[in-house]
Ligand binder design. Structure first.
Ligand code: GRF
Length: 197
């Protein structure tokens, strides 16, 4: 049975594009919705070009009422009826109620080698720490931020002279390789971690 995948974005959606373009042929999943909290998200036009249904739930209309915002998210998601939700550059913190509802069916990509550097500014923090390597992680989403079971990681070396910008730019293609590989394995019912680089 083909798994239905909803992808949540807030910005350019490059990870969403990589995921959507991977779901072809004998892939066990297909994208059914791209949803953004930001009506200006560039990823919305990219999703429409790919023929994927889109939705916008503008968090600013809910004036910090997280549960009302998430109620609207859930209403939109329930129409799409996804088996799996992929957070892909989705920049809103989700409540424990929301993560509990989707736990075991919701993935996220985070630009660090978790458990290191949960939260923001991961590239700068890895550089400031003098780390020799960096990377990204796909994990199951739980109530704790950037903390759920790890489903895959991709590693890159940190080069002399790297800046947060050069590191992010070198990491992004690895994200675009890792997330689709994890989704394909996860959608086939295999939760063994994918390790790249
Ligand atoms: C990426 O660095 C990703 O790791 C983080 O959001 C950034 C933008 O992703 N979660 P995208 O281009 O919008 O997919």
């Amino acid at each position: 049975m083909t798994k239905r995948v909803a992808i949540l974005i807030s910005g350019g959606g490059s990870n969403m594009v990589a995921l959507a373009q991977s779901m072809t042929g004998d892939h066990p999943a297909r994208p059914v919705l791209v949803l953004s909290n930001d009506p200006e998200a560039g990823g919305l036009a990219k999703a429409a070009e790919l023929g994927i249904a889109t939705a916008v739930i503008d968090h600013r209309k809910f004036h910090k009422d997280r549960s009302a915002f998430e109620g609207a998210l859930n209403a939109s998601l329930e129409v799409a009826n996804p088996d799996i939700i992929c957070l892909a550059g989705f920049m809103r913190i989700l409540t424990a109620d929301f993560t509990a509802k989707w736990e075991g069916r919701m993935l996220n990509i985070h630009p660090s080698l978790l458990p290191k550097y949960k939260g923001l500014h991961t590239h700068a923090r890895a550089l400031d720490a003098g780390d020799s390597e960096h990377g990204c992680t796909v994990h199951q989403v739980t109530a704790a931020l950037d903390d759920g079971p790890i489903l895959g990681q991709a590693r890159i070396a940190i080069n002399k002279g790297d800046t947060p910008e050069t590191l992010a730019a070198r990491l992004l293609p690895m994200e675009h390789a890792l997330y689709p590989a994890v989704l394909r394995r996860f959608a086939s019912g295999d939760s063994r971690p994918v390790m790249l680089g």
